[in-house]
Design a protein around this ligand. Sequence first.
Ligand code: SAH
Length: 265
Amino acid sequence: MSQRPGFPAKLPAAGGTRATRSPVVGLAKPSHAAHGLQPARSLEVTSVVASVTDSGPLRARMVSKLAAQGLHDPMVLQAMGAVERHRFVETALAVQAYEDTSLPIGLGQTISKPNVVARMIELMREGVSGKLGRILEIGTGCGYQAAVLSHVATEVYSMERLRGLHEKARENLRPLRLHNVHLIFGDGMLGYPAGGLYAGIISAAGGDDVPQAWLDQLAVGGRLVAPTTTPAGHQALVVMRKTAMGFERQVLEAVHFVPLKSGIA
Ligand code: SAH
């Protein structure tokens, strides 16, 4: 396994052709600086980047913004502050990791905005102050949300239908040693009965309907949060709570998630 860079990749000091301070580690392409080529603009960029050696303050600022936007579950905010989002995106995108933006993770998929990740987890946890029990995530992607979930639930089962992303998530998560995260390669539309029943189910991909398997695998009192196409034809967040009498369903704000697809690839 290759050594992961710090935040972001440590670049050589501006103007230095012999990288005396820190080597270029893990960059997709060799930088100009590594070859002694210094386009005028890169001096400025390099010095800004080189001055950021710790991502903690950036995450703290991101969490303050989330709180200002109305997110309020302390356990979720703490988890968002703990997980290093920049580890889950390509090095070239690391500088954007703490902006409230979705980012590409390969194979045409995206990691959701921090605001949306936090919002969905809050909705799943509504009414619970301690950790949730077992939860199921559909759409592991790069593994970022699974890492956040590992802080708010006792066991996290996360499914991905694209083998390339399943493996990427495994690689991203390995150094974090999150023993309560279980990655499953398979079609999440079928759920994962072996891990259930679940106190919460969260989908990072949007379908036309909530699959029956998810409803069946949710425990009574549990909540499911999934982007779902409404009869009006747009995607909205749907929350379903299982009660002894049946399901309560709420349709909330419009969202834009990648499609939920069946089968594996
Ligand atoms: N939570 C992810 C977001 C990934 S985007 C993260 O933090 O990175 C949504 C993911 O859902 C994509 O990787 C896509 O391949 C996956 N997906 C879509 N349909 C699926 C299905 N039926 N089963 C499992 N994963 C699915």
